[in-house]
Every structure is written in structure tokens, then in C-alpha cells.
Design a protein around this ligand. Structure first.
Ligand code: ADP
Length: 497
């Protein structure tokens, strides 16, 4: 809006007409005082100010405007009847724009000047807008930065208070913060703790981890700078993300030496105990078998001997599992791989289960008349384990399906399906772990929770895959698949003769 200030209404009228004809919105004031009041209330793009007015003249008005912070930048065009001395015009006024026009007014010149000032005003306004938004952006950033620093401060105090060795790094992996404990294990703030010469190189591993963007979990032996003894620590580091971008990493080393020692002692105990138990048990088993064969069927004691034999066999199975477990732990589980008739082995295993559990119905499905390269006894052990579990965990539904088939990509699949108690989804990923038993059913069914762990190891050592599909109350399907490797050794059954 343009403010026209003149004491003569006819002058105001003619100026207003010219400007409005060219679409400039206008406002008017008949005296300097009125003009000042209006300027205080409203903002204008330009003021056209008559110099000679009764009361306050134009220069005085301009001087007064220069004192208003809100209005001091409004450009002014003075209207003067005579050739005005320029030094008057500049006096006391330092706006961004100022000009004068002599009367009588030439409309073309007036419009030219108004347009120039108007454009200037709009540019100014735009600049101010940009400036304001930049200012608020800067303020916002400052606030965020402040908050971030506060959060980093909190994180550092937390990392200082925990018993672990702790650190944070930038997104590119460069160490940013380490707690006090770090300096007891690392030669400097920028170097990783001292690791055992046989363990992984942490600096190199760290580069890989940062490049992958994946969390790291690693057991590594580290030692205090002032100690000789290395202790096992669990290094865990996770990337902190904002949206999709990693902004930093936070990591800790937790001392797990005591747990490791306890596990080692337990493993040693299991190994010694199972070896020590195995020898007398083998003798007992041999005597009970002998007794069983010697006692006539009609003898009333036969029943007791048979029952004793069943229990001795159970005990033997448990000890065999425990021995296998300690062999796995010590890396001594040996495999004797060669070609064998898979189908024959499977039929034998099924027959054995049928004899042991005569009230169960085993239904065989699929075709797998192949020769398989692998450890026959160990693969049979997996199948028997799946089948005995199917029997054990299906006390009310006595039908079990066993399916074996081969696929076009040369894999052998074996699936054992039961219609028993089933397994909840949240347990399914754990049941192949050592000693894991589903708590709800652990009291109802005896076991050590190592059968599936051994199966998993056997399948892994055949480069195979394993798993379970199940819904609680609807039974379970345990499966494994192994590659039919050593292509040239693999022949269809007919060709073997
Ligand atoms: P164990 O049977 O001696 O406990 P396993 O390692 O063979 O040990 O099995 C681990 C756990 O998995 C079992 O305790 C049981 O909870 C669950 N499980 C295994 N097989 C089945 C099955 N067929 N149906 C339901 N649960 C099963």
C-alpha cells in the first residue's frame, strides 16, 4: 500500500487516481500528524510526502519516521513545489530509498519512480522473509545441536557408570568417546584394547563391521595393560540410526571369563561323567541281555528282566547323547562318510521304531531310492531322533508320517510329521540349541534337551539345513535336507545293481 500525504485534497485526488489506475493500492493522510499515526498502525510500501504542509512539514515527518524502527526502511518520495535543496532532503533521514518530484507532477515520472520503489519494497520484503526463515532455521539447528550434545552427554555418563569397557564411534568408525575402563585395557583412546595374539584383529574387524553396517557380536580375549592374563570378553557394537542413516556406533566389552570357565568345567564334567558311566553300563547291559536270552519265556521273572533291559537301553541312549555332546564341544565328533543306500537305512530305522513303539502307526511317503554320500549312522541317528521325538511328544495321536524325497536341484529332503502337542512359534528358533526344552512340557516329558542339538550339528556337518514347522496343539513337522554331493558318486538305485 502507498501512503499519500498532502494537505490539499485535490492533490491527493489526482495522485490517488494516477496510482490506482495502475493498480497500486493507496491510503491517504491530510497532514504530517495524521500520516505518522497511520504509519504507526500499518505498514506501507512507499510514502509520497508533500514537503510544504502547515503544521509538520514533510522533512519533519521524514525525520520522525526515521525514529520508528518499524517504519524507518519505508522509501519516501518528497513532493516539492520548487527546486528543493537536496541537503534538506537527506537531513535526518537514512532510509533504504528516497527521491523527490517537483510540482507540477509529471505522471510518467511519478509512475516510473513509484514502480522502482515498489519493486525495491517487494524485493526487500522477500529478503526479509528469507532472512527470517534462515534465522529460524539457524535457531532450530542450534536447538537440535544443543539437544544432541545433551543426549551425547547423558549417553557418556551412562557408559561411564556401567562396569563394561565402553566406547562410541562416529558413523565412519572413528573412535569418539571411551570410558575410563577402556584406558585400562587399551594403549590409547584411539586404539582398541589389547587382544590375544591368536584372536581376531579388532581394528580390521571393526573396519569390516562399519563397512557392513551390521551389529557386531564377538567373543575375544583382551587383557589389562598392567596384567598378563587375557580374559574372554563379549564385544557387542550396534549402529545408531536416524531414519536410514547410521549416525554413530555404541559398543561394549563385557567380561565373560567366569561364565566361560563355568561352561568349560560343566563340559569337562559331562565328558568325564559320561565316559565313566559308559563302561559299567556296557557291562550291565551285556549281563542283562545275557540274562534275557537265558530266561525262558514262561518264567515269571522274564518280565522284570525285559523291563530292566528297556531302562538300561534308555540310560545307554542318554549316555551316548552326552558323549556326542562332549565330542561336539571338543570338536571331536568324527564322521565316517561314504556312499550308502539311503532307502534301506530309512526302512531299517522305521522298522526299529515300529518294533519299539508297536502302538504307533508310521506311514511312509515319498520316494528317495538313492545312494547318499554321508555318515550313514549319523543320518540314521537324526531320523531316529526325529521319530522318537514324534512318538514322545504325541501321547494322544499315534500316527506319524515320514516323507523322504529328492528334488531337481539334487537335494534329499526328510520330513517327520506328528499330530502331537506342537511347539509355540517363540520356542521354535531355540529348540535346536543345547539343553533347550520347552518349559510348559518339560515336566511332562523326560529328556535332556540335547537330541536336536546333536541332530543340528550332524546336519550342519553334511552341509545341510534343518528346521521345524508347527502350531501348538496341531503337531509338528521336523525336517532336514542335505545336498546329494559328489555328483559322480551319485547314481540312481537301479544302476547300482
Ligand atoms: P528332549 O526331547 O530330550 O527334551 P530334544 O533336543 O530332542 O530334547 O528336543 C528339545 C525340545 O524340543 C523338547 O524338550 C521339546 O520341548 C521340543 N520338541 C522336540 N520334538 C518335538 C515334537 N515332535 N513335538 C513337540 N515338541 C518337540
Amino acid at each position: 500500500m502507498i501512503l499519500i500525504v498532502d494537505d490539499k485534497p485535490e492533490n491527493i485526488f489526482s495522485l490517488k487516481t494516477i496510482l490506482e489506475l495502475h493498480s497500486f493500492p493507496t491510503d491517504t493522510a491530510l497532514s504530517g500528524e495524521e500520516a505518522l499515526k497511520k504509519i504507526l498502525r500499518q505498514s506501507y510500501a512507499l510514502i509520497i510526502l508533500d514537503v510544504q504542509m502547515p503544521g509538520m512539514d514533510g522533512f519533519e515527518v521524514a525525520e520522525a519516521i526515521s525514529g520508528y524502527s518499524k517504519a524507518r526502511d519505508i522509501p519516501i518520495i518528497f513532493l516539492s513545489a520548487v527546486n528543493t535543496d537536496k541537503k534538506f532532503i537527506t537531513k535526518g533521514y537514512s532510509s533504504g530509498g528516497m527521491d523527490y518530484i517537483t510540482k507540477p507532477i509529471d505522471p510518467d515520472i511519478l509512475l516510473l519512480k513509484v514502480k522502482t520503489f515498489y519493486r525495491l519494497y517487494e524485493q526487500n520484503r522477500e529478503l526479509n522473509r528469507i532472512q527470517a526463515s534462515l534465522r529460524s532455521e539457524i535457531e532450530f539447528r542450534k536447538k537440535v545441536e544443543g539437544e544432541l550434545q545433551e543426549r551425547a552427554g547423558e549417553l557418556h555418563s551412562i557408559l561411564e557408570s556401567i562396569p563394561q569397557i565402553a566406547f562410541t564411534t562416529r558413523a565412519d568408525g572413528k573412535i569418539e568417546f571411551v570410558n575410563e575402563k577402556w584406558l585400562k585395557y587399551a594403549p590409547s583412546k584411539n586404539a582398541f584394547p589389547l587382544t590375544h595374539p591368536d584372536d581376531i584383529n579388532l581394528a580390521k574387524q571393526w573396519e569390516k563391521t562399519v563397512a557392513s553396517g551390521q551389529a557386531l557380536e564377538l567373543e575375544v580375549r583382551v587383557r589389562r595393560i598392567d596384567h598378563e592374563e587375557y580374559r574372554f570378553h563379549l564385544l557387542r557394537a550396534i549402529p545408531i540410526r536416524e531414519g536410514d542413516t547410521i549416525t554413530k556406533w555404541v559398543g561394549t566389552f563385557t567380561d565373560i571369563e567366569d561364565q566361560k570357565q563355568a561352561v568349560r568345567k560343566k563340559d569337562e564334567f559331562i565328558s568325564i561323567a559320561s565316559h565313566e558311566l559308559k563302561t559299567p553300563l556296557t557291562t550291565i547291559k551285556a549281563y542283562v541281555q545275557l540274562l534275557d536270552r537265558q530266561i525262558e519265556d514262561e518264567d515269571p521273572n522274564k518280565l522284570y528282566v525285559e523291563r530292566a533291559l528297556v531302562q538300561v537301553n534308555k540310560l545307554d541312549d542318554l549316555i551316548v547323547d552326552l558323549l556326542d555332546l562332549s565330542r561336539i564341544e571338543s570338536g571331536k565328533l568324527k564322521f565316517n562318510k561314504k556312499l550308502f543306500r539311503f532307502d534301506t537305512m530309512l526302512s531299517n530305522a522305521i522298522d526299529m521304531i515300529r518294533q519299539t513303539y508297536p502302538d504307533y502307526t508310521l506311514i511312509r511317503k515319498g520316494e528317495a531310492d538313492i545312494e547318499l554320500y554321508g555318515d550313514e549312522m549319523r543320518i540314521e541317528q537324526v531320523i531316529i531322533n526325529y521319530l522318537t521325538n514324534a512318538v514322545k511328544y504325541s501321547p494322544d495321536n499315534k500316527e506319524i508320517h515320514i516323507e523322504a524325497y529328492t528334488t531337481s536341484d539334487d537335494r534329499l529332503f526328510v520330513r517327520v510329521r506328528d499330530f502331537g502337542i506342537g511347539i509355540r512359534k517363540d520356542h521354535q528358533s531355540n529348540i535346536f540349541s543345547k539343553f533347550y526344552r520347552v518349559e510348559e512340557s518339560a515336566n511332562r516329558f523326560q529328556g535332556l534337551g540335547i537330541g536336536l542339538y546333536i541332530c543340528a550339528e550332524i546336519i550342519r556337518r553334511h552341509e545341510g539345513e534343518y528346521g521345524v514347522e508347527s502350531e501348538p496343539g496341531e503337531g509338528a513337522v521336523f525336517y532336514f535336507s542335505v545336498p546329494m554331493t559328489d555328483g559322480p558318486l551319485l547314481r540312481p538305485a537301479q544302476a547300482v545293481g
